[in-house]
Design a binder for this molecule. Structure first.
Ligand SMILES: [Zn+2]
Length: 53
């Protein structure tokens, strides 16, 4: 398993990661898409965590 800072490369060309703060989990086709999606999730669901970044 290839791990890069919490991001996990899934089977095929997908990358996945779970949220550190809830059960949210995302699968995307690229790291940039996944990072954007996770940041959108943090901003929407964990604004206090987002603001500390
Ligand atoms: Zn979350």
């Amino acid at each position: 398993m290839d791990r890069t800072g919490g991001y996990v490369r899934g089977p095929g060309d997908t990358v996945e990661r779970g949220c550190d703060h809830c059960a949210w989990h995302a699968v995307e086709g690229s790291y940039p898409a996944l990072i954007k999606r996770y940041q959108d999730h943090l901003r929407d669901e964990h604004p206090a965590t987002w603001l500390r970044r």
